[in-house]
Every structure is written in structure tokens, then in C-alpha cells.
Design a protein around this ligand. Structure first.
Ligand SMILES: NC(=O)c1ccc[n+]([C@@H]2O[C@H](COP(=O)([O-])OP(=O)(O)OC[C@H]3O[C@@H](n4cnc5c(N)ncnc54)[C@H](OP(=O)(O)O)[C@@H]3O)[C@@H](O)[C@H]2O)c1
Length: 275
């Protein structure tokens, strides 16, 4: 893939650094064409050291001449920042804004950024840090098919990418955005079960994490329904069916599904408060 023209990452925190590193490592953008920003002066040096590209607090300077702006601040900072860039005339060259801010709509970003701004919204997750991410992208009212392809090329080096309509973005946030946290709790709980039955903790954690990874790969690589794969492990009168019934007694299935539903509900309100 040919290297992109200048890319500005506004908000070089956890996600901004992960995305920037992915862009550099995959050759999608050259280090000399990548600049990040942070809010606080004292965060500039640590962010630049960890990110591997230049970082500043000057958002207007960072977006000057940038073909793509990746907006990676917390949701409540997103609209005020885009509005201030528009008021300073810094978006008049018509860049593509790719926002990962949860709960902030393309319509609100377009309104804040003015008529020259094209917007694509994306929802990645933290496993992007190890190139095992899941990202969903959707276009705004002024973005083109090429803009969506450009946005996808930013995230593809970091894992899987899918295109969906914007109406699904809160659900995406609740499932794949928040999902890693749910699975860390599950991995911790599974390893506690191993510790309870006599395994050393480090061994139990490795086994739990690899088992989750293996099960996920079985779903993705075979394309079979998870229920069918579960049936393969379930010998009549065996230990697995015995444990599955005890998990169902604890309502594991509805607790997890309701967790996703609750995260999606909360995501819908994230962009509403303004600094
Ligand atoms: N974390 C996740 O799992 C996840 C998953 C999917 C999507 N997201 C989305 O990713 C976004 C960032 O999350 P994060 O976890 O990476 O947050 P974070 O680590 O707190 O990073 C936020 C960054 O934004 C900077 N910032 C704040 N205001 C700014 C401004 N006016 N100008 C320039 N930079 C500014 C902060 O700088 P200072 O350090 O100087 O304050 C910090 O570097 C959020 O909108 C979230 O919805 C997160």
C-alpha cells in the first residue's frame, strides 16, 4: 500500500498511540508524515517517547495540511476540539476526520467542523495494541466510498475491520469496544477456578487466556455456530455438561448479554456532556 500524506492524531493517549504505531509499523504512513497531539505540555515528551512519532500541544499546527485527522480524545473533549479547529479556519482545506470517540455522532462532528469537513466514525478496541483488534467504521453524510476505504486502511493493520450503518455504533461500542474488559474478568475468573483446584496462578492464567483465544479462533476459522462447537466438547454424562448446567443456574448467558446491552446504553450518552 502506498504511504499516506500527512496524518494528524488528535489525542495521543492509549488508543491514539496504538493507532499511530500500527500505521507506522504497517507502512501506511511514514513517521515524517505523522504528528500527534496531547492536551498537557508535560504529556508531550512521554507521549512522543512511547508513540515513536512527534507530538505537540498545538492542534491547529498538527492538522495544517493533513489529509486525514484521527480524533482520539475522550468523547466529551471531541466536539469542543473540532469546533475550535473550525473557528480557527484550520479545517478549511477539507480533510477527512476519522473519529473514534464513543457516542459522538457523525452529524454532530459535521456540524462542529463546518461544511468542508468529511467525517467517518470508527469504533476500535484495545486489542489493536497487539494487532488483534476489532474495528467497525461508518460514514457520515459527506463521506465517500473512498473515505471509508481510507479509514479501513488505517485500522486493517490492527486487526479485523467491518463496515456497518451508524445506527449500530452504540451496540458495537457495547460489544467489541467494551468487550475486552468483560473477557479479562472472565479470564481472571477461570484462572481463579484453576487456582482453587490447585494450579499455580501464572499457569492458570496462561491456560485460561489461551483457552479463550483458542475458542475464539475456532469460531472465526471454522465459521461454525458457537453452540455446535460447545456440543462437541459436551460428552453425555460428562464433566462439561455438568459444569454448563451450573453456569446456566448462575444465569451466565443473560448476565453477559445484559452487560453488552448496558454498555451500549451508556455509550449512547457519552458524547453529550461538553467540557
Ligand atoms: N480505551 C478503549 O478501550 C477505547 C476503545 C474504543 C474507542 N475508544 C475511544 O478512544 C478515545 C480515547 O480513549 P483513550 O482510552 O485512548 O483515552 P486517553 O488514554 O485518556 O487519551 C486521551 C488523549 O486525548 C488527549 N487530549 C485531551 N484533550 C485534548 C485536546 N483538547 N487536544 C489534544 N489532545 C487532547 C489527552 O492528552 P493529555 O494526556 O495531555 O490529557 C490524551 O492524550 C475515546 O473517545 C474513547 O471513546 C476507547
Amino acid at each position: 500500500m502506498s504511504s499516506m500524506s500527512k496524518v494528524a492524531i488528535l489525542g495521543t493517549g492509549t488508543m491514539g498511540r496504538a493507532l499511530g504505531k500500527g500505521l507506522l509499523n504497517s507502512g501506511v504512513v511514514d513517521a515524517s508524515h505523522l504528528v500527534g497531539t496531547v492536551k498537557h505540555e508535560h504529556e508531550v515528551a512521554p507521549a512522543a517517547d512511547s508513540a515513536g512519532f512527534s507530538v505537540t500541544t498545538d492542534n491547529d499546527e498538527a492538522v495544517r495540511g493533513a489529509g486525514v485527522i484521527l480524533l482520539c480524545t475522550k468523547p466529551r473533549a471531541a466536539l469542543p476540539l473540532v469546533r475550535s479547529l473550525a473557528e480557527a479556519g484550520s479545517l478549511s482545506h477539507g480533510p477527512l476526520l476519522v473519529s473514534i470517540a464513543a457516542g459522538v455522532s457523525t452529524a454532530d462532528l459535521e456540524e462542529a467542523g463546518g461544511e468542508a469537513l468529511r467525517v467517518v466514525r470508527a469504533m476500535p478496541n484495545t486489542p489493536c495494541l497487539v494487532q488483534e483488534g476489532m474495528t467497525v467504521v461508518c460514514g457520515g453524510s459527506r463521506s465517500s466510498v473512498d473515505d471509508l476505504s481510507t479509514a479501513e486502511s488505517l485500522f486493517r493493520p490492527l486487526g479485523r475491520v467491518r463496515r456497518l450503518d451508524e445506527e449500530h455504533m452504540d451496540a458495537v461500542t457495547g460489544l467489541s469496544g467494551s468487550g475486552p474488559a468483560f473477557l479479562y474478568v472472565i479470564i481472571e475468573a477461570l484462572s481463579e477456578g484453576g487456582v482453587m483446584t490447585g494450579l499455580p496462578r501464572d499457569v492458570a492464567t496462561e491456560m485460561a487466556a489461551q483457552t479463550v483465544r483458542g475458542a475464539a479462533s475456532m469460531v472465526l476459522e471454522t465459521g461454525r455456530h458457537p453452540a455446535a462447537l460447545k456440543d462437541d466438547v459436551t460428552t453425555p454424562a460428562g464433566c462439561t455438561i455438568s459444569a454448563l448446567l451450573s453456569l446456566e443456574d448462575g444465569r451466565l448467558r443473560s448476565v453477559l448479554a445484559r452487560g453488552v446491552q448496558e454498555a451500549a446504553r451508556a455509550a449512547a450518552g457519552l458524547g453529550e456532556s461538553v467540557d
